[in-house]
Design a protein around this ligand. Structure first.
Ligand SMILES: [Zn+2]
Length: 358
């Protein structure tokens, strides 16, 4: 191991720990985590593994599809988790010179438009959204994905006619189970509320587009990659465990190549963003809590809800007092590691640790 590798490893351990902070104390995130780490197939942290995977595939000038948008009961509004971090991630993708395209249910159009403005991005949502974004800098495309299955299949066919994206990223994306039913966290049937975007995620993956998923429970598209672990350890996921009577569980049917799990999907994607900035040694790409706060506030005002249904700037029951310090810590631990590398102020420690066979 080199000093560089040691510092990347420690940065990743910091990010993995931060994204799995458990302010509910309910144990789900830290129970999911070993399965995601095992899937990564290396000894390394999941955040670094995911960031390497994204950086390997994202290409300047090429589209990155970001699939998100979970619609919740009882108000039938889309939630903040997934949507907010996706817009912050789209900003980073645009800063890297690649072309972010959000694929969401129609319900997310107005919130996405407001969040794009808060993130400093131009918003294109017409028929030619993908083409527009490819031509123009500092912009995000929006594709409304249908809830009705036949319409979804037609939409997939029309999107596959375009040049394929270099990467598909699913964030807190509703995933149907083996019985083709979409469930909320506690096993109720939400099939009528959700866009069938997981079908697009699968279709892209079948065409060879690299697929990364971020989730926080197991009912999100992509997390089928962790299925045996979900069945064994996570409530409502195994066959016959849902509460809707479909005979299945809430575990999604769709598997991704690379999976990140976290306490909230938003923390997972922000850890990934920080890890990418670290690997690129670009401080300007580190997630900025002030930008996140602006995007969250804009999204909540324009129609996104917190997990419990409130129109407030909160994610999965966590207010800004918890969300923002965690994002700041993700960014600042990485910034400090970059600083220490540059100044050499800890070189003697790196040398000493490596001589003692760290
Ligand atoms: Zn069910």
């Amino acid at each position: 191991m080199t000093p560089y590798e040691l510092s990347v490893l420690q940065a990743g351990e910091n990010l993995d720990a931060l994204m799995n902070l458990d302010p509910r104390g309910y144990g789900v995130c830290r129970t999911l985590y070993p399965a995601a780490r095992k899937l990564a197939g290396s000894d390394g942290p999941v955040s670094i593994h995911g960031a390497e995977y994204l950086l390997e595939h994202i290409r300047s000038g090429e589209a990155v599809y970001v699939l998100t948008g979970f619609v919740l009961l009882p108000h039938e509004c889309p939630e903040t988790d997934g949507a907010v971090s996706s817009m912050v991630f789209c900003r980073m993708v645009a800063q890297m010179g690649a072309k972010p395209v959000l694929v969401c249910p129609e319900d997310c159009r107005e919130p996405a438009k407001a969040m794009a403005a808060a993130a400093g991005l131009h918003f294109y949502d017409g028929e030619d959204a993908v083409e527009k974004v490819k031509k123009l800098p500092a912009s995000v495309g929006f594709v409304a994905f249908p809830k009705e299955k036949e319409a979804a299949e037609r939409k997939i066919a029309s999107l596959l006619e375009k040049e394929l994206p270099s990467m598909a990223v699913a964030v807190e994306l509703p995933g149907r189970n083996e019985k083709d039913v979409y469930h909320n966290a506690t096993g109720l049937d939400l099939t009528h509320l959700e866009a069938k975007t997981d079908l697009l995620f699968e279709a892209l993956s079948e065409k060879g587009v690299p697929a990364l998923a971020v989730g926080d429970l197991g009912n999100e598209a992509g997390l089928a990659a962790l299925r045996p672990h979900l069945y064994e350890h996570i409530p409502y996921t195994a066959p016959d465990e849902c509460r809707c009577g479909c005979g299945g569980g809430i575990a999604a049917k769709t598997a991704a190549d690379c999976v990140l799990t976290a306490t909230t999907s938003d923390w997972g994607l922000m850890a990934l963003t920080a890890a990418m900035a670290l690997l690129l040694e670009r401080e300007d790409l580190l997630p900025d809590a002030a930008v996140y706060a602006r995007v969250l506030d804009a999204g909540a005002r324009a129609g996104l809800v917190d997990m419990n249904g409130w129109h407030i700037p909160a994610v999965d029951g966590f207010g800004e007092e918890l969300l923002l310090p965690v994002i700041t810590l993700m960014a600042e631990t990485c910034r400090n590691i970059l600083k220490v590398r540059k100044t050499g102020e800890c070189d003697h420690w790196f040398g000493g640790m490596l001589r003692k066979n760290f």
